[in-house]
Design a protein around this ligand. Structure first.
Ligand code: ATP
Ligand code: ZN
Ligand code: MG
Length: 279
C-alpha cells in the first residue's frame, strides 16, 4: 500500500488532481483539535485565528516582492472580462492565490508607525504551484500563522520563544520533530546567494517530522524572522526607531494532521488528547 493509499483508509479521498486530497470528517476532526491546541500554544491564549480569504490582490504580493523570490510557486487568477470575446481568452484579474497566510496582515500595519509590538493570529487557504506531489506536498493547504511586528530585539526573541513552544507542543502531541535551520526554495540565479544568506543569518527554522514510513522528513511548521524586509516594503515604522522588524510562526495544518496519523495510527483511541494540557 502506498502512503497515499494508506491515508485513504477513512482519512482522505482521491480527487483526480495530483497534489490535492478530499478530507473526511475524521481528518477534519483532527484539524479542529489541532486548531484548539494552537489557541493555547502561545504565550498569550488566543480565541482563534482571523480567517483570511484564499486570494490576495496581486499588488500586495508585488509590494512584498514575493514574485522576485518565488515566481515558480505563484498562482494567479485569470478570468474572461464581461463583453470579451471568448476566443481572446481570459486575462489577469489582478488577483493572486495567497501563497502564505501572513501576507494578508501587513497591509493593516502599512504606512504608519507602531508604538507597541503587534501580534496577530491568522489562518487561510494557500496555493503553491509545487513541482512535485508527494504526500504532504499539496497545491492547496491551510496555514495557521502567528505574526509579530515590532522592534528588532523582542521580535527575534519572540521567534526564538516560538521554537521552544513548538517543540513543547509537538512533544505533548507525541510527534517526533527535529528543528532544523532551513532555507526557502528561492528561484533563479540569485537563489544560491539567498539560500546561503538565509542560513548564515538563521532566519528560518523548520520543525521536521515524518508524514509516512517512506518520508525522510517534511516541514510541518516553520519559525521565520524577516528582519526589516517586510517592514520596509510596507512602510511600517516602530516607535521612532526606524523600520519595524517582523517574524512569523506557521503551522501547515494538513501536514501536522498527517504527522499525527503517522505517529499514532488509524484508531483515535490510541491517540493522546489534542486539546488537554498535561498537568
Ligand atoms: P517546504 O520546505 O516543504 O517546501 P516551505 O519551507 O516552503 O515548505 P513555509 O513557507 O515555511 O514552507 O510554510 C509554512 C508551513 O506551511 C510549512 O512548514 C508547511 O507545514 C506548510 N506548507 C508549505 N508548503 C506546503 C505544501 N505545498 N503543502 C502542504 N503544506 C505546506
Ligand atoms: Zn508567514
Ligand atoms: Mg522549506
Amino acid at each position: 500500500m502506498t502512503a497515499y493509499e494508506r491515508t485513504h483508509q477513512g482519512w482522505t479521498a482521491p480527487t483526480g488532481l495530483p497534489g490535492t486530497l478530499g478530507l473526511t470528517p475524521r481528518f477534519e476532526e483532527v484539524i479542529a483539535g489541532l486548531q484548539q491546541a494552537l489557541n493555547t500554544a502561545g504565550a498569550v491564549p488566543s480565541p482563534g485565528p482571523v480567517w483570511y480569504p484564499p486570494v490576495v490582490p496581486q499588488a500586495l504580493l508585488e509590494r512584498a516582492e514575493y514574485a522576485e523570490s518565488f515566481p515558480h510557486l505563484l498562482g494567479t487568477v485569470h478570468a474572461l472580462a464581461e463583453g470579451t470575446d471568448r476566443a481572446e481568452g481570459p486575462s489577469s484579474s489582478g488577483v493572486a492565490l495567497a501563497p502564505a497566510a501572513c501576507y494578508s496582515v501587513y497591509p493593516s500595519f502599512a504606512d504608519r508607525e507602531l508604538t507597541a509590538p503587534a501580534q496577530v493570529d491568522v489562518a487561510g487557504y494557500c496555493y503553491r504551484h509545487e513541482a512535485t506531489t508527494e504526500l504532504g506536498r499539496f497545491r492547496t493547504f491551510r496555514m495557521r500563522e502567528f505574526v509579530r511586528v515590532g522592534d528588532p530585539e523582542t521580535t527575534l526573541d519572540w521567534r526564538d520563544e516560538w521554537i521552544a513552544r513548538g517543540e513543547a507542543l509537538f512533544s505533548r502531541l507525541g510527534v517526533k520533530v527535529s528543528v532544523q535551520s532551513a532555507t526557502d526554495p528561492f528561484f533563479g540565479p540569485g537563489g544560491r546567494f539567498m539560500r546561503a544568506s538565509q542560513l548564515e543569518q538563521s532566519l528560518k527554522y523548520e520543525f521536521v517530522a515524518k508524514v509516512s514510513d517512506a518520508d525522510e522528513g517534511t516541514a510541518i511548521a516553520s519559525a521565520n524572522y524577516h528582519k526589516d524586509h517586510l517592514g520596509a516594503r510596507f512602510g511600517i515604522g516602530y516607535a521612532g526607531r526606524g523600520t519595524a522588524h517582523s517574524a512569523c510562526t506557521a503551522f501547515g495544518l494538513e501536514r501536522v494532521a498527517l504527522a499525527l496519523v503517522h505517529a499514532h495510527g488509524d484508531d483515535r483511541a490510541n491517540w493522546p488528547s489534542l486539546t488537554e494540557e498535561v498537568i
